[in-house]
Design a protein around this ligand. Sequence first.
Ligand code: DON
Length: 319
Amino acid sequence: FDDVVQQVSTGTLEHNRIDELLLEAHDRYSEVDDGLLAHYIPVLGQANPETFAIAMSHVGGSLHGVGDCKHQFSIQSISKMFVYALVLQEHGHEAVHERIGVNNTGMPFNSVMAVELNNGHPMNPMVNAGAIATTEMIPGKSSAKKWENVREGLSAFAGRPLILDDEVYESESEANERNKALGRLLKSYGRLEGDPLNAVDVYTKQCSLNITANDLAVMGATLADGGINPVTGQRVVSADVCRDTLATVATNGLYERSGDWLFEIGIPAKSGVSGGIVAVAPGKGAIGAFSPLLDMAGNSVRAQLAIGHLSRAMGLNLF
Ligand code: DON
């Protein structure tokens, strides 16, 4: 694959070669049926486990995809990295570092214990506690305004208007007692400014935005491209914000499995419980993959395998 590595890094990899590699990854893993659906959010427990999509966006603007690339699914925790980028853009490196943190908890994404063990600090923006605290920092005097800013900001990353999935939002709102508890716990430690339930509600809405694997690839490629959406040409965030966001995603994006992932695959990646993963190769592009069956940490099994295969085949490992 030496020629492929060279061509990806110089941006000259032939488009049909990318298509071939995506197809190869799809074929190789489409029979894997390990993992579980995210039953704790009732509507996600009804997903079709067969659905499988892989898309890649190059910083040059080309978009490639195989499988169910236009299938819509809720973005879930992948929203955390893009909301974090918007908050970094607004408040800057120091303020966000102090308030939200960057270090891995070593615990599951919805851990209450992690907050308790760290004097109420949310630890990092990729776990639920840190994401709720990050969402509260989105500009806007009311929750409605914050939500509008989140939706518009994530839509700018995708290059198209993203729409709330009402069914997912309602299902999750009825089953998010733990997130409400995390919000209240943060508030009890003085780590939230406003009403914790308002912050949790905006967070729940951001998780319920519908996207496709194609969207994920473009959103990730915007971070790979120093903040410029390669399809629309719009600057969404600064290059500094991309650097900070990707560093935090590298250490926390796959929760307690982030170290294993960085060791084996070597590029920042963020997962969501509906089954999406986006992996970003800075300066090159991004891969968005989707399939609903998850490992014990809440990361799509097939998406991890497909991205791992492509990262090796294209020489994307940063190290
Ligand atoms: O708050 C939750 O539990 C979900 N809205 C998001 C969790 C999630 O996506 C974890 N990722 N793998």
